[in-house]
Write a protein of this length. Structure first.
Length: 227
């Protein structure tokens, strides 16, 4: 999956000479946590809600409200922004972006085109959207999580069984760290009716050295909400 297929391209930016007060208002009005900072059409940094909070005078300080507003109106974005923002190219993969964001503990990355122009913004929400679509969970699929031999052709044996049942493979994810020694853990999602799904599970379990860790269909009705 490529970043350019999932990033936001309609993004708000702010000029380096914009006041901190205006930048703060822009973030609040649009419910966003970061703004790319531009100068002469080029990306030179990023300012986040955390940067703005750290730049704002404390409510316990001795200055009055008028002085505080004056200071914020005089302070420029370029004075408080992060000038070493992490960027990736729009043709990099979504997986690479997830790795960078996890490693650097950030929730968004500036995305550039091949001419180093700002092309978009990728957030952790965009990565989650990509992951959900890649797995196929939204289609009401059945999933089999299987420990199988870490050997060439072991996954193919499962896929052959799926094809014989005229079921459709939606996604295959493989991991090694959570599997037993000399094994790999493979999560296969398929589109099939309940009867076929049960038969398929039985046939997979019958394969030598294949163990189904989980088999089932996610309940997607009445998902938890904040309401």
């Amino acid at each position: 999956m490529l970043i350019k297929d999932w990033m936001a391209t309609a993004i708000l930016t702010v000029d380096a000479n914009t006041s901190v007060m205006r930048a703060t208002r822009t973030m609040k009005e649009n419910n966003i946590r970061r703004l790319p900072v531009m100068s002469h059409g080029k990306l030179i940094g990023v300012i986040t809600d955390r940067d703005l909070k750290e730049a704002s005078p404390s409510s316990t300080s001795d200055i009055d409200i008028h002085e505080m507003y004056y200071l914020l109106s005089e302070m420029k974005v370029k004075d408080v922004m992060t000038d070493k923002c992490i960027c990736l190219n729009q043709n990099d993969t979504l997986e690479k972006a997830a790795l960078v964001m996890l490693k650097e503990r950030i929730s968004g990355i500036m995305i550039l085109d091949d001419e180093d122009n700002l092309a978009g913004l990728l957030s952790e929400t965009d990565i989650l959207r990509g992951f959900i679509h890649a797995t196929g969970i939204q289609h009401g699929s059945y999933q089999y999580v299987i420990d199988m031999p870490d050997a060439p052709g072991s996954t193919t044996r499962v896929i052959d069984l799926v094809r014989r049942k005229d079921a459709r493979v939606l996604s295959i994810l493989t991991s090694f760290e959570d599997a037993p020694h000399n094994m790999k853990r493979v999560a296969v999602r398929v589109s099939a009716d309940e009867a076929v799904a049960e038969e398929l599970g039985s046939e997979i379990s019958a394969l030598e050295q294949y163990h189904i860790v989980f088999q089932g269909k996610d309940e997607l009705h009445n998902l938890p909400t904040k309401q």
